[in-house]
Design a protein around this ligand. Structure first.
Ligand SMILES: [Zn+2]
Length: 426
């Protein structure tokens, strides 16, 4: 409060670390240094018109939401400043969208929010401006590729790693969507999805391709907006859909016994017990025979490879850190990744989604009844993706400070795409 603020005397040493006297340093700027009633150093500056505008909007919102204007005890900007938004997440967004050169974002991040621009130089002390320049130079040194064979820095690793992985996912996901679109084109006609019914394994494959295209489109958007939690939540659908397809491809009875009765409303109805619908059991309308359509993880993993089984466990361990409601699992919510020390969590989540959508394409191509060219086309497509995805996963797993076994298992998956032998026409 102004009443408690006493400006420093001109002869005091300036607190901005410039070494000059206050009157010849920050005393000439558009802000003042002084002390409050408790004797603490305080920087006082005029509100810019934009801030006054936000405060006015906040007052209106208070009245609209709570039926009262904010009182003296209420916080300013409570609606617009989320305490969970850290400088790290802001810096990551700036980096991701190439808004500013990385050295400036690094200095912004490490100076805890300084951002000198032409219009605000008179409200930033010379000491802070000097620190900002030092930090920009520090970034340039850390980001340099070592030419003497020494280990690159974390800043180098993260900058280059994010660049590479970002480029790979930007190429892979649209390619995957196009292959899914082609899959639909090969197995359905315009208008089929208006009143779509699942009667055959190929119908189920079409449903999966259609659903996965939408999921991947959404994941691309979520990655742009840095939302790893939502990406993992959706990626779970890709994994489970893949396991269903893989089981249908390997076990001819699975579709008939577990999938078809669920969708076939003409011949089956859900069982009813004590007035409640049991969604895990169906009754055949004509014969009255009751059967279980309950699908266990064990059944879905029965035909999966050892790598798929490892992936299943590790995927859930990883995803749960982002999506679980239990605080013991949801560790990601208590950790904000430093954008210059950790690879971008949403790019990594998207990389997981990319691997699982590749697996999904592989399983789709093996569904009984699909177009005969599909298996060989899928093998060729995945083989092309193998190398860049493998390098991305190698990068993810080579961060010594943020270990997760899931990267090695995902790498095993994409490496197997590269090894897959040519499909022989039968
Ligand atoms: Zn100063």
């Amino acid at each position: 409060m102004t009443a408690e603020f006493v400006e420093l005397s001109r002869d005091e040493r300036c607190p901005c670390r410039s070494g000059r006297k206050y009157g010849r340093c920050c005393g000439q700027k558009a802000f003042s240094f002084g002390r409050n009633a408790a004797g603490e150093l305080v920087k006082q500056t005029k509100l810019v018109p934009e801030a006054a505008e936000i405060i006015r909007a906040e007052r209106d919102r208070y009245t609209a939401y709570y039926g009262r204007p904010p009182s003296k005890e209420d916080l300013l900007f409570a609606f617009s400043l989320n305490p969970a938004d850290s400088i790290y997440s802001l810096a990551r967004d700036l980096l991701k969208h190439d808004v500013l050169p990385p050295d400036i974002i690094y200095a912004y991040c490490r100076s805890d929010g300084l951002m000198p621009v032409e219009g605000n130089l008179d409200v930033i002390s010379d000491g802070d401006l000097a620190e900002f320049t030092d930090l920009r130079n520090e970034y340039d040194e850390l980001a340099e590729t070592p030419d003497d064979g020494s280990h690159p820095t974390a800043v180098w690793f993260v900058t280059n790693g994010n660049g590479y992985i970002g480029q790979v996912i930007q190429e892979v996901l649209p390619a995957v969507r196009m292959v899914l679109s082609d899959f639909l084109a090969r197995h359905s006609e315009q208008g089929d999805f208006v009143d779509f019914q699942i009667k055959t394994p190929v119908d189920y494959a079409n449903f999966s391709a259609h659903k996965s295209m939408k999921t991947i489109r959404t994941i691309e958007k979520l990655c742009e907006h840095s939302m790893p939690e939502a990406i993992y939540a959706l990626t779970r659908g890709l994994l489970e859909n893949y396991l269903y397809l893989n089981t249908i491809a390997n076990d001819p009875t699975f579709f008939e016994q577990k999938v078809a009765p669920r969708a076939d409303r003409a011949n089956f109805a859900f069982a009813v017990k004590d007035g409640r619908i049991d969604y895990n059991r169906v009754i055949h309308q004509a014969t009255g025979a009751e059967q279980s359509i309950w699908v266990t993880n064990r059944a879905l993993l029965k035909h999966a490879t050892a790598t798929d089984r490892d992936l299943f466990d590790l995927f859930y361990q990883t995803a749960c850190q982002f999506v679980h409601v239990d605080v013991l699992s949801a560790r990601a919510y208590f950790h904000e990744a430093d954008p210059f020390d950790e690879l971008d969590p949403s790019s990594l989540a998207t990389l997981v989604a990319a691997v699982l959508s590749g697996q999904l394409i592989s399983a789709l191509s093996r569904i009984p009844g699909v177009d005969a060219r599909m298996p060989a086309d899928a093998v060729h497509f995945l083989r092309k993706l193998s190398d860049p995805m493998s390098i991305s996963l190698q990068l993810a797993s080579s961060d010594p400070e943020h270990k997760n076994e899931v990267w090695a298992v995902l790498k095993r998956v994409v490496d197997s795409w590269g090894l897959e032998s040519e499909v022989v026409d039968t």
